[in-house]
Each structure stands twice: as C-alpha cells, then as structure tokens.
Design a protein around this ligand. Sequence first.
Ligand code: ADP
Length: 451
Amino acid sequence: MNKISVKIKITLWYTIIMLVISITALFVMLSVSREILIKESSTRLAESVNRMIPMINDPRHNIEDIPNFRFFNDGVHTAIYNDDGKLIKGFIPFEFIENVNPTNDTVQEIKYNGEEFLVYMHETMAKGNRPYQIRGVISISDEGLMLESVKKINLIMIFIFVAAAALGGYLITKNALKPVSKISDTAKNISKSKDLSQRISLGKGNDELHSLANTFDEMLDKLEDTLEKEKQFTSDASHELRTPIAVITSECEYALEYASSLDEAKESILSIKRQTDRMAKLVSELLTIARMDRKSIPLNFEKINFSELLKAVCDEQAEIHEDNIKLTRCIEPDVYAMADSALIIRLLVNLIDNAYNYGKDNGEITVSLSQNTENIICVVSDDGIGIAEENINKIWERFYRADKSRTDNGGSMGLGLSMVKWIAQCHNGNISVESKLGVGSTFTLVLPKKI
Ligand code: ADP
C-alpha cells in the first residue's frame, strides 16, 4: 500500500466513497419507488374490483349478462366467482387464482412463476341472497419492469459518472500535488549536487503547499547565507594567520642567513615575538568565536554594579592608552544590572579601545551611563575618523576592517564588534551606532536591568 502514490490513494478513496454513496442512493430511491408502486397498484386494484359491486347488485340483469363487463381494465384482471368457486363472468389468465384463498377486502402479495402479483377479493350478496366473489389481480412485475429499466440505466449512469469523476479528480489531485513533487525534486537535487543555490520557486499562492515551498526556500536562503559566511570566515581566518606566518618565516631566514651580531638577531626575534603574540591573540579570539557559535560559553548572570565596572574599565583603558586623547566620564552612580561581568568587561573594553584606536589626536572620548525603569544605557562616543555610511552595517561582520592599513600593525583583527554584538544579544540587549566620516562615532548599548 505504501508503494501506491498519494494521487492514486486519494483518487481510489473518493472513487470508492462516491460509488458507495451513489449505489446506496439508487437503492433507497428504487425501494421507495417500489413502495409507491405497490401502494398505487393496490389502490387501482381495489377500485377496479369495487367498481363492479353496483353492476352485480343491479336487479335489471343476471350476473352472466352484465353489459359492458370489462374483465381487463387499467392493468387489472377481474372475474366473478360463485360461492362454490365456479367462474361465472370474466377471465383471469393466471392459474394460481383458482387456488388462492384471499381474505375479504385485503390486498395480498403473491409470487407465481417468478412474477409478483397483487390479489384483491370482495364478497358480495347479489340477487337471491347468493354470495359472489369478485376477484382482481394485477401484475406488479409488469409495472416493475419500468423500475428495472430505471435501475439499469441508473447503474450505467453511475459507473460513467464515477469513472469521469475519478479521472477528473485524479487530474486535479495530480495538479494540486505538483508542488510536492517540485519540493521533493529540489531536495533530491540539492542533496545530490550539494548546490544550495537551487530553489523551489513556486511563485505566488496562498495554499498550504505554496506556504511550505516558500518556507523551504527561506530556509535554503538562510542555510546558503550561513554556509557562505562559514566559508568567508574560514578563508579570512586562514588569511589572517598567513600574514604573521610569512613574516616569521622571512625573519627566521634573514636571521639565519644574514644576522652577524646578537643585536641584529634580537631584532628579528623581537619581530617574530610580535607576530606570535598577534597569532596567539587571533587563535584565542577564534576559539572564543567557535565557542560563541556552539553556544558553549557558560553565562554567569549575577547582579553587578555596572557603574563601578565601567569606571574601572575607563581607568584601565586611560592607563593603557597614553595618548593625548581625553576620556570624559558621565557615569550615574550605583546602576545595577543582571549580567555576566566577564562578558560585559570584554564588551566595554572593545568599545573604549576602538574609541581610542579610531580617535583623533587631541580628541575626546565621552563615556556615559544612565538608567530608566527598565534599561540601562551606556554610550561611548568619540570625535575620531568616523565610519562611511555605506560601511556602517559591515562593522558588525567578522574580520571586517574599514581601513586595514591603519590597523594592520596593531592587534586589530576585525573581530571585536562581532563579539560586542553577540554579548549584547546574550543579555537580551541591543547595540547600535551612529557615525559620520571624519566627525566621529557614537555607540549606544541598551541592556535590560533584568534578564
Ligand atoms: P578591529 O577594531 O579589531 O578592527 P572591530 O570589530 O572592533 O575590529 O571593528 C571593526 C571595524 O569597525 C574597525 O576596523 C573600524 O574600521 C570600524 N570601527 C570600529 N569602531 C570604530 C570607531 N569608534 N570609529 C571608527 N571606526 C570604528
């Protein structure tokens, strides 16, 4: 049964149901018609017999000489018998009538030689007070012939109608299930060719199958996008690792080949150290990202004094960056939030570190913290190089750096802001940026006080 296609199964089901309904309806109709026929024949039979009563009782004629006596009228055979059962007048062409013992004024159903009859008898007293029987017989098989024909015609009609409906239904079902074939073909093609760019593309439609196909296409869009990002990430990561490895290799070759003094060798070793530090930082960040993606970083939410944490990060950053950039704070005291302090420190360090890195000489960084009933709002703004409008959305992407020449020699890898965004999302918060090229940037972090 499982090998039969859904189209055939549906077609078979409703064909059987239609057949059963049609045939049941036909038989109900035929049995009701038969009931009506018997009722109508009985009435006719009784009327024909009763019409003869006044003729028998007419004192002007002997029974044998009744004028205009019609022994076959309106499908009813009639005959008159005396009390000895002897035929006096009329004729009934069925032998059984001699042996039948009908009850007075009652219609009886009799089967004879495979035919069905209705028999009616009326006993009456005629002249000389002699009892006479008037018998009438009507064949319902003759009348039923019409019903038989109706039955046959109807059965043929039902079979033609059901066959046409089955064919039409099959075509409609086939058409309606076309999207399913398209979905399964696309899935098969994708798994065979491993090409995620294929789509079902059923077009517009409001039915369930169109909605399934569109959801499938949307899922493929997302999968393809994720896979593309994965590929990009792997290629960017390899690229980032290749540069320090190339520097280390050439420094080693130079030192081995040309360094003639300890100082010269030390210079090469220093350069190698810088590159290994950079690689160590990159590998550590890659590990963090991998754990972020696997959602395997344990989150330790606790009530933290955000104001104190922010002050400490500002102090530390001001100390690290001995630039001529001024860091101004406007921090509301005792702002508390439910958060993971290690991740929040990482986020704040990234934002403030960027503000220094992309700030301008003698510029200013402003760090502020405020709160309302539901959220805490932390803003880090600088008056540095700013970000071009077309790049604003890209800064959250992994390995994106607007100006590589400016960042290549430092520890910048373009991974900081993607982590910032992830940390904000982990806290059900949001991070946004407003920036103008050459004017400066403002990063705003909004975190709910309670998770
Ligand atoms: P990184 O700073 O390590 O390059 P980030 O992910 O922190 O990586 O930042 C991505 C890019 O966004 C940076 O390379 C820089 O081009 C831009 N950017 C980030 N912060 C600022 C800022 N305060 N002002 C101007 N540009 C910024």
